[in-house]
Design a protein. Structure first.
Length: 255
C-alpha cells in the first residue's frame, strides 16, 4: 500500500493534525496504518503518548545506531495504530550524516528491506525544515499530501513547495504525485474563498475538493491526546477528515 508524506515547508498548517486524523480513521477501518514521526519537535509522538526518554528508542536510533524500524514501533493504545516516535535528537541528523544519496534514501531502504508496507499504508509526518529528514520522507513516499491553511503566507509556502518538489523530481527521475488540501477553512471569510480560487487556478485537480474547516474539535482534541474521531466523532471536523480520506481513496492516492 501507499507511503504518504504529509509535508509543507511552512509550519502551523495542520500537517500533524492531518496525519493524526487520517491515521486514526484508517485504523478504525482496519487498515493497520503505520505512522512515522519525522519531526524533531515530536508533537505527534507526544499526542499519542508515545514519548521516549532515550533517543535511540526513537527514529533517531534508526539513523544513529542502526536500529530496525520494526524494533522502534510503539502501539498507540488509545487509537489502535502504530507509530515510530520522534525525539529532539533527530535534529542532529543533518549535521551527523550529511546529505549524500545514501542517507537521503535510508528511510525508504529500511521500509523496503523490512517489508513494512506490503499490507498497510504508511503515513509520515514530515518536519517543515528542508533537510535530511524531510528529504527522507519525500524520497520514501509514493505520494505527498500538502496541507495549506487559508492564509496568504501559506499560499506563498505552497509555491515554495512546488519549486522544491520540481527540484527533487530531477533526482528521483519521476513526478511526485501530490494533493493539496485546504485547512482551517472559514467559509465566512472572503480570504478563504480567494485562497481557494488561487490554489485551484494554480494546481487544478491536484487541489482536494474536500476542505478542512476551522473547527474547535479539531483544534482542542490534541490537548486531550486524542484524534478528532475519538474526541468528537459527530463534529464537523470529523466529517471533514472522513470526507478527505474518502476522496483520497477514491482517486487511488492510498494504493
Amino acid at each position: 500500500m501507499a507511503k504518504i508524506a504529509v509535508f509543507n515547508q511552512k509550519g502551523g498548517v495542520g500537517k500533524t493534525t492531518t496525519t493524526l486524523n487520517l491515521a486514526a480513521l484508517l485504523a478504525q477501518r482496519g487498515s493497520d496504518p503505520l505512522v512515522i514521526d519525522l519531526d524533531p519537535q515530536a508533537h505527534l509522538t507526544a499526542i499519542c503518548n508515545a514519548t521516549v526518554t532515550a533517543p535511540e528508542r526513537s527514529l533517531y536510533g534508526f539513523y544513529s545506531h542502526g536500529a530496525t524500524l520494526a524494533g522502534l514501533i510503539k502501539f498507540v493504545d488509545s487509537a489502535g495504530w502504530k507509530i515510530i516516535p520522534a525525539h529532539l535528537d533527530l535534529s542532529k541528523v543533518d549535521t551527523q550524516f550529511g546529505k549524500g544519496p545514501n542517507v537521503l534514501n535510508r528511510l525508504n531502504a529500511g521500509i523496503v528491506r523490512e517489508n513494512l508496507n506490503t499490507d498497510r499504508p504508511i503515513l509520515m509526518d514530515v518536519c517543515p525544515m528542508l533537510g535530511v529528514l524531510s528529504l527522507n520522507g519525500v524520497f520514501a513516499a509514493d505520494h505527498v499530501l500538502i496541507p495549506i491553511s487559508t492564509d496568504y503566507l501559506a499560499v506563498r509556502g505552497s509555491i515554495q513547495m512546488e519549486r522544491t518538489l520540481k527540484a527533487l523530481e530531477q533526482v528521483l527521475k519521476k513526478r511526485v504525485e501530490r494533493r493539496y488540501v485546504l485547512t482551517r477553512f472559514d467559509a465566512r471569510r472572503k480570504m478563504s474563498w480567494d485562497i481557494d480560487k488561487q490554489l485551484r487556478e494554480r494546481y487544478g485537480v491536484e487541489v482536494c475538493e474536500t476542505r478542512i474547516t476551522e473547527n474547535v474539535s479539531i483544534a482542542e482534541s490534541p490537548s486531550f491526546n486524542r484524534d478528532v474521531f475519538s474526541h468528537a466523532p459527530g463534529s464537523r471536523g470529523a466529517q471533514d477528515y472522513a470526507a478527505l480520506l474518502a476522496e483520497l481513496e477514491g482517486c487511488g492516492f492510498l494504493k
